[in-house]
Write a protein that binds this ligand. Structure first.
Ligand code: KG4
Ligand code: ZN
Length: 333
C-alpha cells in the first residue's frame, strides 16, 4: 500500500510516499529554519504562509520522483495535530483536496504517533511491547507501546519540553535557533562537570520537568555577568546537556526495568543529538535493553514517519476520515 503523506505541523513542510509503512519511496523536507532564525524562534503566522507557498511545489516534486505519479497512490495521510493551527490547516487542506480528487481514503495521523513510528522505516523494526521516549521541541513523553496503536502515556513534561529547554538556553546565550544542534556543537569543547545543575526527577515517577533546570542555567549566566566574569559558553552548554542526558536516560531505563520491557525506542528532534544517543546506548547495553532510534534526518519532523504511522493505523482500523479538522492540542491516547 503506497501512501502519499503531508506533514506541516510546525516549521518543516514535508511530503513523502511510503510503502507498507516501511519503505520510503520519496521524502522531501523543506525547512523554514533560516527564516525563523531571524526572529529567534518559530513565528506561527510566517510558518503557515511559508507552508502555503511551498506545499504544491513539494507535492509535485515528490510525485515527479515516481513514474506513475498520482496513479500509484492508494491513500493520502496527513498530520492533524498537535502543532500550530495555521500550519496544520495548510497540510490538511492539501491532503483533503487530493483525497477527494483521487477518491482515495484520507488517514489523519497524530504527530506524536508519527515520531513513534520513525523507527519503523527500516528492516529491523522494534518488537512489541516497547517503551518509547518522545523528545521534541513541543513534547517530552514516555509511552508504553503494547502493540500497533495500543499505547499508554506513562508520563510527560509538566512544563518545558526538552527541545524547548535547548532552544531557550541557546537563545539566552545569544546562540542561533534551533538551540539543540548549536548547544550540542558548543558542548564538544566544554566541560560537562563545570556546573552542577539540578536534576529534577519528580515524585510522579514518569513525569519530567525542565523549567527549573532552565532557570538555574539562566541564573548562573546572570550571576557570572553581574560579577563581570566571562560566560564560559561551551562549559554551560556541556553541563546543561549532560543534565538533560542524565534525566532522560535515567527515566527511560527505569521505566523499562519497572515494566520489564526489553526494548527502548527513541524519537523526536532531540534524538538527533549524538551525545544523548551514545549515553542511551551504553546504559541500555548495561541493562540488556535493545535500543532503536531513527536515522538523524528522520528524528526531526518529516512526512515519511507520518506515512509509516498512517499505514499501521489504517491496517488496524481502516478508518478514512474526510471530515477531519485540525487539533492543535491533539493527545496521543
Ligand atoms: O521533532 P522536532 O523536529 O519538532 C517538534 O515536533 O517539536 O524537534 C525540534 C526540536 C527543537 O527543539 C530542536 O532544538 C531539537 O529538536 N533538536 C535538538 C537537536 N537537533 C534538533 N536537540 C538537541 N540536540 C540536537 N542535535
Ligand atoms: Zn515533531
Amino acid at each position: 500500500m503506497k501512501i502519499l503523506t503531508i506533514e506541516t505541523s510546525c516549521d518543516e513542510t514535508s511530503v513523502a510516499i511510503v510503502e507498507d509503512g516501511k519503505y520510503i519511496l520519496s521524502n522531501f523536507i523543506s525547512s523554514q529554519i533560516k527564516t525563523h532564525q531571524l526572529y529567534g524562534g518559530v513565528v506561527p503566522e510566517i510558518a503557515s504562509r511559508m507552508h502555503a507557498e511551498k506545499i504544491n511545489f513539494l507535492i509535485k516534486k515528490t510525485l515527479e520522483t515516481r513514474k506513475r505519479g498520482f496513479q500509484e497512490i492508494d491513500a493520502v495521510a496527513v498530520t492533524y495535530g498537535p502543532g500550530l493551527e495555521g500550519s496544520l490547516l495548510v497540510g490538511l487542506t492539501a491532503a483533503k483536496t487530493i483525497s477527494v480528487a483521487l477518491n482515495k481514503p484520507l488517514i489523519p495521523v497524530n504527530h506524536i504517533h508519527g515520531h513513534i513510528y520513525s523507527s519503523f522505516l527500516t528492516e529491523n523494526t522494534p518488537c512489541f511491547p516497547f517503551i518509547c521516549l518522545v523528545v521534541s521541541g513541543g513534547h517530552t513523553q514516555l509511552v508504553l507501546v503494547k502493540d500497533h496503536f495500543n499505547m499508554e502515556l506513562l508520563g510527560q513534561t509538566r512544563d518545558d519540553a526538552a527541545g524547548e529547554a535547548f532552544d531557550k538556553i541557546a537563545r539566552y546565550l545569544g546562540l542561533e535557533y534551533p538551540g539543540g544542534p548549536v548547544v550540542e556543537k558548543e558542548s564538544l569543547n566544554g566541560n560537562e562537570t563545570a556546573f552542577n545543575f539540578p536534576r529534577a526527577m519528580l515524585k510522579h515517577k514518569w513525569d519530567f520537568s525542565f523549567s527549573g533546570l532552565k532557570t538555574a542555567v539562566i541564573y548562573t549566566i546572570k550571576a557570572l555577568e553581574q560579577a563581570e566574569k566571562k560566560v564560559p559558553v561551551p562549559d554551560i552548554c556541556a553541563s546543561f546537556q549532560k543534565t538533560v542526558i542524565d534525566i532522560l536516560t535515567y527515566k527511560a531505563v527505569m521505566a523499562c526495568k519497572f515494566y520489564d520491557i526489553k526494548t527502548l525506542v527513541l524519537s523526536g528532534g532531540v534524538i538527533a543529538n549524538k551525545a544523548i544517543v551514545s549515553n542511551m546506548y551504553s546504559e541500555t547495553l548495561k541493562n540488556k535493553i535493545k535500543l532503536h532510534y531513527p536515522e538523524k534526518n528522520l528524528c526531526t519532523d518529516n512526512a515519511a514517519m507520518t506515512g509509516s504511522a498512517a499505514y499501521f493505523q489504517y491496517k488496524k482500523d481502516a478508518v478514512s476520515n474526510p471530515f477531519i479538522r485540525v487539533e492543535p492540542n491533539a493527545k496521543i491516547v
